[in-house]
Write a protein that binds this ligand. Structure first.
Ligand code: DMJ
Length: 595
């Protein structure tokens, strides 16, 4: 319609002036209203950070235009012709996980808030040093203050800590860091500083970090999920193999050039079984089933072979990739190269909202947990006969040796058993989780630095029942003369700033409401920060049996994303990232439990 004909010139002139001024005023008012309540995001989309749009029933998220998804368009040599579908049953509410917390006194709350404030201050100090000195590189070296790019140079510390910023209430930092992070073009492989991307770490840290950032901030910012889809499309191509096993050390440039990559004959269990949470969540949010299908094919193989491995019920630390075979390897552990696969087979019950194949994950957990109790979990023989448990290893080659070597990585077992005990309504497993957690706390308190080493061998009782301390037998089992009573050997004396022990203390606090776990956590925090504090952050330790402990020039992103995050949550109100609302991925990223 031509406005010129509708009005005479003079009136038109005044009319335009009034109209223009009115429109200008309306726009200004609208902008004031909108910007006071919303954040701007990377794509210029505004979102109101107080609303919560995370719903699986009427999901608001819409996938980006296909032309932007270069990896999704890239042909796959072993493309699947059909994808398994998520169940459409109504989600089932899980049993209550967290304790009913008592009303706390003012003195209690003041002490709790003071401790939480100190932990938040520690995070902020390290975070700002990272941004100032190594911003957008992967990690900051704590002794020299320079950058390390061991994860490809895409800024793993940023992606690993988006949710940490939000959880700690640093929402303004969250807003601008998210926008900056989303401007990193992961499709522009010129910025990628490696031809050997570790897909396991890329999945749990980058993809897990993005999914969690999207969900903990109320599913308001679709640009975060767009980035998760972009990375998910890229990671999915590492599964383009005949058996569906991912290639863990993978070259995106070769993939983009259509070059086939070699799937190693053998890989570790973790790199096979630690995609289920992230891939399932991507499919739940986007409605695209390729990810769920890829993860489900692997979980199905784990389930089918679980009774045929060398220790029926458990999966070994290594597997043959093609054909996918878990029946040959002979070493069994909850530590390095196995941990998160077991963790995910339990947590998938929550990720799925306890519907569909959740029943299969329940069965897998029931089978492997009972076998763990029989074959790997042990009670240490100690002078005070502590009622605690640790996790050892078993080898089926030769004599079928049981090895009472406990790894720090295996300290996640306390959280797994206690969470499972609540989900399965089996308080025996909650109690086992408590004893496993107390076992790692004992290990922290057994060293001169009050920090547990990466690996230590401890004298076992003949069974899980109490046993009398036998110093002669212990002394005959060790060549050392200066180890704490009960410890046979410190196999690896390092401390790598790992979160697992504190993670389990967090679960025990939330599941029991017992404030003693806050004091335990506070002592662990003080020991860790006392010995690892470095000029530019916190440094790994070379030997926790020495005081002062020699520091090493490394600070992995999980120190902020896991260790400090769990510490912060132990001193937060229990409704802050409640275990009745969230389930954590193995890197400390909370995903919403569907309901
Ligand atoms: C983290 O990257 C994850 O927790 C992973 O599951 C194990 N290793 C580190 C923490 O120790």
């Amino acid at each position: 319609m031509n406005l010129q004909k509708l009005y005479p010139k003079k009136i038109r002139g005044w009319g335009f002036a009034v109209g223009f001024i009115s429109a200008f005023i309306i726009i200004i008012v609208a902008l004031v209203v909108v910007t006071t309540k919303t954040e701007k995001n990377h794509a210029g989309r505004t979102y109101n950070a107080t609303l919560n749009l995370c719903s699986f029933k009427d999901n608001k998220y819409k996938l980006p235009k296909s032309k932007k998804r270069i990896w999704n368009k890239l042909p796959m040599k072993y493309a699947r012709v059909s994808f398994q579908q998520l169940s459409t049953e109504p989600f089932r509410k899980l049993p209550k996980i967290q304790a009913d917390f008592p009303v706390r006194s003012t003195a209690f709350l003041e002490k709790q808030n003071d401790r939480r404030g100190k932990i938040k201050g520690t995070f902020k100090t390290v975070w700002h040093k990272y941004l100032d000195l190594a911003g957008w590189h992967d990690e900051l070296r704590p002794l020299t203050g320079d950058a390390d790019d061991s994860f490809g140079g895409w800024g793993v510390t940023v992606f690993d800590n988006l949710d940490t910023l939000w959880i700690m209430g640093l929402t303004r930092s969250f807003a601008w860091v998210v926008d900056a992070a989303l401007s990193i073009d992961n499709n522009d492989l010129k910025t990628l500083m490696t031809d050997n991307l570790n897909m396991y770490e890329t999945n749990i840290r980058f993809l897990g970090g993005l999914i969690s950032a999207y969900e903990v901030s109320g599913c308001q910012n679709p640009a975060i999920m767009d980035k998760a889809v972009e990375l998910g499309d890229l990671i999915y191509h590492a599964f383009d193999t005949p058996s569906g096993s991912p290639i863990n050390q993978w070259d995106p440039r070769k993939a983009l050039a259509g070059e086939e990559q070699i799937l190693p004959q053998n890989q570790s269990l973790t790199v096979l079984g630690s995609y289920a949470m992230e891939f399932t969540r991507l499919s739940q949010i986007t409605g695209e089933m390729k990810w769920y299908d890829a993860a489900q094919r692997i979980s199905k193989a784990l389930e089918d072979q679980q009774h045929r491995t060398q220790v029926p019920g458990l999966w070994p630390r290594g597997y043959q990739t093609d054909p996918l075979d878990l029946t040959k390897d002979t070493s069994f552990t909850l530590g390095s190269e196995a941990d998160s696969a077991y963790e995910y087979m339990l947590k998938m019950i929550a990720v799925l909202g306890d519907i569909g194949v959740a029943a299969n994950y329940r069965k897998m957990y029931e089978y492997f947990s009972e076998t763990l109790i029989k074959e790997l979990i042990f009670r240490p023989m100690l002078p005070k006969n502590n009622d605690i448990l640790l996790v050892g290893k078993r080898y089926t080659n030769g004599s079928g040796l049981f090895d009472p070597e406990m790894e720090h990585l295996a300290c996640f077992a306390g959280s797994m058993f206690s969470l499972a005990g609540r989900i399965m309504e089996n308080e025996t497993h909650v109690d086992i989780g408590r004893k496993l957690t107390d076992g790692c706390v004992w290990a922290y308190n057994s060293t001169p630095t009050y920090i547990m080493p990466e690996a230590m061998t401890v004298f076992p009782c003949p069974s899980l029942q109490p046993c009398e301390w036998n110093e002669t037998a212990w002394r005959q089992s060790t060549t050392s003369t200066d180890l704490p009573l009960g410890i046979i050997e410190v196999d690896n004396p390092k401390y790598l700033l790992r979160p697992e022990a504190i993670e389990s203390v967090f679960y025990m606090y939330r599941l029991t409401g017992d404030a003693k776990y806050q004091d335990i956590a506070w002592n662990m925090y003080k020991s860790i920060t006392r010995h690892t504090l470095a000029p530019y952050g916190f440094a790994e330790l070379g030997d926790v049996m020495q005081v002062p402990a020699p520091q090493q020039n490394a600070m992995q992103s999980y120190f902020l994303a896991g260790t400090l995050k769990y510490l912060y949550l132990i001193f937060s109100p229990p409704e802050r990232i409640s275990l009745d609302e969230y389930v954590f991925n193995t890197e400390g990223h909370p995903f919403r439990i569907p309901r």
